[in-house]
Design a binder for this molecule. Structure first.
Ligand code: HEC
Length: 185
């Protein structure tokens, strides 16, 4: 056997052997972590969709929300949700149409009340995100809606009613998907 042929057979054998090893490695795991249980997943999967899908059971009142707000939000967002331009804290409430820059307010720019619940539950208060109970998030969402004039002082929101709150800015948004489906008629 020529030495060239011996060399190429040796290379082929090495490739075949390492190929088998790779194939074997692919079925082994590096042993990192353990599979998530349905229970673990439920705790992590907290997204609330615009139509209310994903909202937890329960609700909260404007009055309870006022207490949570004054305790945990007013220091940054102001007593009436007016925000703080100096520290780039957005306004949560205003009495007018959405505008650019600092005149933007959550209440008049966000099209879905459910998004306020979703955002606050995940990201606020800034110094303690995910620190509020679902009841407190419902209540403070009700209070933010009240500060904007969308709920009376004795109002409340629940899992069923929050998706039905009509936000004024719904009129300023159009759905790209609906338009695409209708072929931009
Ligand atoms: C330590 C200051 C601080 C506290 C306390 C705080 N926030 Fe915020 N909040 C911020 C800042 C800063 C932003 C802007 C974050 C960004 O855009 O990344 C924000 C953003 C928000 C937004 C989104 C506003 C928008 O239109 O983009 C909401 C809603 C909100 N906060 C609600 C709350 C509520 C309700 C509480 C109390 C439970 C709270 N925040 C407590 C500082 C704070």
């Amino acid at each position: 056997m020529s030495s060239k042929k011996t060399l190429s057979m040796a290379i082929a054998a090495t490739i075949a052997a390492s190929g088998r090893r790779w194939a074997q490695d692919a079925t082994d795991t590096p042993g990192l972590g353990t599979p998530l249980s349905e229970e673990d997943l439920a705790g992590l999967s907290t997204t609330v969709f615009p139509d209310g899908e994903g909202l937890p059971p329960g609700g909260g009142t404007v009055q309870d929300g006022k207490v949570v707000y004054q305790d945990q939000c007013a220091i940054c967002h102001g007593d009436k949700g007016e925000g703080d331009e100096q520290f780039s804290v957005p306004a949560l409430a205003s009495d007018g149409k959405p505008d650019h820059g600092f005149k933007w307010s959550t209440g008049h720019a966000w099209p879905c009340a459910t998004s306020i619940f979703d955002y606050v539950r995940v990201a606020m208060p800034m110094f303690d995100p995910k620190g509020l109970s679902d009841e407190d998030v419902y209540a403070v969402t009700a209070y933010v809606l009240h500060l904007n004039g969308f709920l009376p002082e004795d109002g409340e929101v629940t899992q069923e009613s929050l998706p039905k709150v009509k936000m004024p800015s719904q009129d300023y948004f159009t759905s790209k998907w609906e338009k695409e489906e209708s072929g931009y008629e």
